[in-house]
Design a protein around this ligand. Structure first.
Ligand code: ZN
Ligand code: ZN
Length: 228
């Protein structure tokens, strides 16, 4: 989720009315074919929820077209960030990105599908209230209405919304078809090694084997030996 620049006390929303509301029931066009299709279908199904909630909250939607969504590392965010939304002026649309960390086997919890849906709701609210509004002002008004829990840096559903998401979305489109990807730190194979000339002590660093003889300044030739 995008960084919350404003620090201080989190915005505490009042008790949610979401459980008493009936949100629009959107039937999917078909069972998603793959991960990207699942994400797009989820956005299509969730967006009317958020639009309805915004209207109940008296918030005017800034969204002109449905946001695009993809599974990717987040542009300009920390590796640990799980979702983001950015306005793309060139295409006049929002781009929601869900981190590849979120998926089956995700370390943050078993219910990765609910987590992805919660992040989609969170980012859709950002898209609806407009860019650069953060988690204050209109954001909590809409979030409270659908049943997202405060503080909003932690993306979580109230039990009522979790149940509703399960019955209206997960049952129909299945679990999010993606397995968590954990970036592997490259080490060992690419590590630079230190070679020292046996004769003059000249140091060279390279990852591979240094088999060529070295021409020292005194005119002699000598092999490099591995220093570490
Ligand atoms: Zn956010
Ligand atoms: Zn030398």
């Amino acid at each position: 989720m995008p960084s919350n620049k404003k620090r201080g006390a989190p915005v505490r929303a009042k008790a949610t009315k979401a459980d008493k509301r009936t949100l629009p029931d959107i039937v999917p066009f078909g069972f998603p074919k793959n991960r990207e299709d699942w994400l797009e279908t989820a956005v299509t199904m969730v967006l009317p929820f958020i639009r309805q909630a915004a209207s109940w909250a008296g918030v005017e939607s800034q969204l002109t077209s449905p946001p695009k969504i993809s599974c990717s590392w987040l542009p300009g965010r920390a590796t640990s960030a799980l979702s983001s939304s950015d306005y793309n002026e060139a295409s006049n649309s929002y781009e929601i990105v869900i981190s590849p960390l979120l998926g089956k086997g995700w370390k943050g919890g078993e219910d990765y599908t609910q987590a992805v849906l919660a992040h989609i709701c969170h980012e859709l609210i950002h898209c609806i209230v407009g860019p650069d509004k953060g988690h204050r002002g209109e954001f909590p008004k809409v979030a409270t209405m659908i049943g997202l829990e405060a503080p909003y840096r932690h993306v979580a559903f109230t039990e009522g919304l979790r149940q509703q998401m399960h019955e209206q979305i997960v049952v129909r489109i299945g679990e999010y078809p993606h397995t968590s990807i954990h970036p592997v730190k490259k080490s060992g194979g690419n590590r630079q090694r230190k070679w020292v000339c046996d004769n003059c002590g000249k140091i060279i660093r390279c990852a591979g084997d240094l088999k060529a003889l070295h021409q020292c300044e005194d005119g002699s030739t000598a092999p490099f030996v591995l220093a570490n």
